[in-house]
Write a protein that binds this ligand. Sequence first.
Ligand code: MLC
Ligand code: AMP
Length: 519
Amino acid sequence: MPNQNLFVALRAAFPSDLDSTAIETDDGLVYSWGDIDRATAMMANLLQSLDIPRDGAVPPRVAVQVEKSVEAVILYLATLRAGFVFLPLNTAYQSAEIEYFVGNAAPAVVVCSGKNFNWVSQIAFQAGTRHVFTLDDDRSGSLLERAAHCSDQQVPAERKAGNLAAILYTSGTTGRSKGAMLTHGNLLSNAMMLKDYWGWEPGDVLIHALPIFHVHGLFVAIHGALLNGSKMLWHGKFDPKRVIADLPRATVFMGVPTLYVRMLAEPALTQAQAARMRLFISGSAPLLIETFNDWQSRTGHTILERYGMSETIMLTSNPYRADARYGNQSERRGGTVGFPVPGVSLRVRGDDGQDVPAGEIGGIQVQGPNVFAGYWQMPEKTAEEFTVDGFFKTGDVGKQDERGYVTIVGRSKDLIISGGYNVYPAEIEGYLNDMPGVAESAIIGVPHPDFGEVGVAVVIAKPGAALGADQLIADLKAKLANFKIPKRCFIETELPRNTMGKVQKNLLRERFKDLFTGA
Ligand code: MLC
Ligand code: AMP
């Protein structure tokens, strides 16, 4: 059987002219396809040369918390190439968060920014990690220094489709974060399907402006470009002006809705500026119909909205061109996430466990070659999230109309999606409830013009305790990733509860719904 390592498929799609440009960065650097090939070989050789005790059948994990850079992509590809497992971590995570991930995944290798080396290495060494390297976004750090001594020739490790390629931490309904295990086969099948479904063509150029520690920027965007042998215009950080300036040199852009909202606020966004573009894709959070319509009138382009998750990569998509499976009238419809992508079975089930009729609301369940292999070392949690007949319960609530379009209407999981990042109220409430003087708390998501949705805290003091909202926010900031910090905090005397004693978050959401939108 041929080697099913995802890297092999990505490498096979490199153009024959290895001197042509693969990635051009916004600070003027140019990487050829040959550069990517040699650099990934060197780094894979370094990983394979390390003294790593084997802990069973699972390959070593490489946990990475570094700023966005081309070298970080090279590290991802090298990890695949070496047959190791990639574990990306949001750069906003602080020590308590990193301690949990490193303790849970027991990585053999940790790569962090130079400025974080002291505290990250302490956590890693305590957890038993032997190798901690640094990598910065200016091409410095011990990882590159060490890799520079390795050969630029390497044979990719033999992998089967079912072997683990990456672990993405995501929180479920309750409790601690769970590591979603994605295999080489999950990632490759989804990427190949999207290459076809989104009509990638010769000459396509992708503007890459998303972070590279989540599914959207790491897999959907990077695999898309690599599998098509397409050049990437690499933006270290999203800046609406710079993306708009690059539109005439590109054909494909992917973003979370906040990116579209911020670009619409720029006068430079015009039909002429976007004339060469072929496709704008949005996902990770709901795209407001106003944004969809405004984009259409400003640029002449219809945003293609799609829906996915860490556990499944892409699940549904509006069609690039008419989808023969759903009739030739199928078009990109604002407010919907389109059709189940080829290979994915999707059903909408009611509380009674039965399919609901078309147009009615229920829990979205999915099955397909893209669906993950389970949560890292959590067999019970994995079992809870699958039905007996093997469908994954997404935790998203939606409907599918007669024509096949899926619309997400809410979530059964208590989750806030803020600017495309997931915030789990239970996690923030846990931290607040542990603070001196706090009796209890509730975190709710409310509409926000820039981030779509943001968290708001409602906190109840213990009898006699004096709490300050600003102090609570400052204390949270010291402990948690910045995007998880509630944008406002209210000290109240009690939380609304139903007769069962359950906090009625819906009443709080209703009360605070106009806090940021001023409606
Ligand atoms: C930043 N801040 C946020 C935030 N991002 N607050 C809430 N939600 C967010 N998403 C806060 C910071 O804490 C800071 O607050 C202030 O905003 C400015 O920080 P910043 O770092 O300058 O922000 P900025 O760089 O402008 O970041 C905004 C953003 C970023 C929208 C560019 O959040 C982003 O890149 N989002 C994309 C997330 C993504 O890729 N998701 C894909 C998940 S995959 P303070 O108080 O400190 O000043 C997935 C599956 C799928 O969901 O289907 O794709
Ligand atoms: P994550 O755990 O970060 O992978 O987030 C996945 C979640 O993002 C999904 O379960 C959905 O709730 C949400 N999501 C992704 N894409 C969309 C979309 N286009 N519209 C609405 N929600 C989305």
